[in-house]
Design a protein around this ligand. Structure first.
Ligand SMILES: Nc1ncnc2c1ncn2[C@@H]1O[C@H](COP(=O)(O)OP(=O)(O)OP(=O)(O)O)[C@@H](O)[C@H]1O
Ligand SMILES: [Mg+2]
Length: 251
């Protein structure tokens, strides 16, 4: 199968800090890749480049066989290629109501270019309540995002990826601030994406959860990918040990 995304020799510096060095990575349909590594390893920087939030300094980025111009690559271009990202630092508009957040940058409009408010509000509620199963009292299309709980915000961001039928979904620490039930919901959602032949990159410090849901692991350390491991080749214990060794701690 042809890769959905191919990164070749990607580098990224912030002033004198080299956050990413010589990153090569492929992502295929129907797979979940767990991106793991210590704090500051470069995981968020890497997915931010794929999401178009950060610009790579050099290397190649090929999406669905199209070579991207690194200088022009952006969030909207990433989205137009079916890439949806749930960021660690959430990228929701806090003062905006729920429904506007769901349709941000992609409003449904009539022939005159006017936003179809009612339709968008109805869809927003369907995604949050029926699909994501959110039942909180604050879940109303007109509530501002700032009034939602951490888990509800996560649900909204994930719901957006589902609703727009993205081919590639990136989740950076999606379990933070989630209750047990919500974690299970996100895991179920990831499995559903895989069944639908999509590709997922997931970052988490919770190895148990990431082990359960991933097909493959990509290990990062100080801005480099140091290992690719298939799940079939590793037990959770081994993975934990490998990570502890990278971090310089012994079990
Ligand atoms: N905007 C920035 N300016 C300067 N340095 C940055 C910036 N963003 C990230 N860095 C640095 O780049 C390195 C990688 O950061 P990144 O956020 O990608 O790590 P991470 O693997 O996601 O860590 P964590 O698990 O803690 O989220 C860190 O040393 C960080 O301090
Ligand atoms: Mg991070």
């Amino acid at each position: 199968m042809k890769p959905l995304i191919r990164l070749e020799h990607i580098t990224k510096t912030f002033g004198r800090i080299t956050a990413l060095e010589d990153i090569c990575l492929e992502l295929h349909p129907n797979e979940v890749v767990g991106l793991i590594g210590d704090n500051g390893a470069g995981k968020s920087t890497l997915v931010s480049i794929i999401a178009g939030v950060l610009r790579a300094d050099s290397g190649r980025l090929v999406i669905k066989e199209y070579e991207m111009d690194l200088r022009r690559y952006s969030v909207s271009r990433a989205r137009s290629f079916g890439i949806e990202t749930v960021h660690q630092r959430r990228a929701l508009g806090d003062q905006q109501p729920i429904w506007r957040n769901l349709f941000m940058g992609r409003h449904r409009t009539n022939r005159l270019g006017m936003i179809k408010h009612r339709e968008e509000k109805q869809s927003a509620m369907a995604v949050l309540k029926d699909f994501m199963g959110l039942t909180g009292v604050g879940i109303h299309p007109d509530s501002p995002v700032s009034k939602l709980s951490g888990g509800e915000r996560q649900g909204l961001a994930i719901g957006r990826a589902v609703y727009f039928d993205s081919d590639i979904v990136i989740l950076d620490e999606p379990f933070n601030a989630l209750a047990i039930n919500e974690v299970q919901k996100v895991l179920k959602f990831i499995r559903r994406l895989k069944q639908a032949k999509k590709a997922v990159i997931i970052i988490s410090h919770n190895l148990q959860q990431i082990y359960d849901v991933s097909d493959r692991f990509v290990l990062m350390d100080r801005g480099r990918i140091i290992n690719h491991i298939m799940k079939s080749d590793v037990q959770l214990d081994d993975l934990t040990r490998i990570l502890m060794k990278i971090a310089g701690t012994t079990p």
